[in-house]
Design a protein around this ligand. Structure first.
Ligand code: HEM
Length: 178
């Protein structure tokens, strides 16, 4: 039930997949809203909420990568050796790279502002970059550019899932009901 099998995704992979998917889409909307704001004392807490959820997503992505080592994901049904399989694998690898690079770049940039990154007002996270205006500016520029790349990858990923998405053993069925 919890583990992946040769035919389908187990509960752990499915919950992680949909939690990360929903979280990332929510964070893209949230992030663009806060980036358009003039930072002030009254909206300062919103940045903290964004950072905390972003770090949560980073944690979930890392857990997912470790879980896939413990419980390998199933091969796509009937697609082995095809160019679609190669494309799907390439998109999956890029998705993970972006899912790691986006929160890490946000964390680097936030650290470089010299302001503490506090996880849900509970834990002060270590700064992973020294205070620097240049690093903060570059970090936020990278953070602001990467999410657009991730959005394009998600569009490809969703198109592929819908293309192979229906019927028994299909991609959507396997990631939905297992
Ligand atoms: C998967 C996780 C994350 C996603 C999808 C995400 C997404 C975004 C997006 C779309 C923006 C707007 C960028 C722009 O249009 O210029 C943004 C801004 C921002 N993000 Fe994130 N973010 C994530 C994680 C993080 C983390 C972990 C931190 C810090 C620890 C962080 C700190 C910030 C800050 C401070 C801004 C505002 C930048 C500004 O005012 O220009 N983000 N984020």
């Amino acid at each position: 039930m919890f583990r992946n099998t040769a035919e389908g995704y187990g509960l752990v992979s499915r919950v992680l997949h949909w939690a990360i998917a929903a979280g990332v889409v929510g964070m893209m909307i949230f992030g663009t809203r806060i980036a358009a704001m003039e930072p002030s004392l009254s909206n300062y807490w919103l940045y903290g909420v964004h950072k905390s959820f972003g770090l949560t997503i980073l944690g979930l992505v890392l857990i997912r990568l470790v879980w896939h080592r413990i419980s390998p994901v199933p091969e796509p049904a009937g697609m082995a050796g095809t160019w679609q399989h190669g494309l799907a694998r390439g998109v999956h690898i890029l998705l993970y790279l972006f899912l790691l690079a986006i929160p890490v770049s946000g964390w680097v940039a936030s650290s470089a502002t010299g302001i503490d990154t506090v996880f849900f007002n509970i834990v002060v996270m270590p700064a992973i970059a020294p205070p620097s205006e240049v690093v903060a500016a570059w970090g936020f520029a990278v953070h602001g550019a990467l999410w657009k790349g991730l959005l394009a990858l998600i569009a490809l990923h969703v198109a592929g899932a819908l293309r192979h998405g229906f019927g028994p053993g299909s991609a959507l069925r396997r990631m939905g009901r297992g």
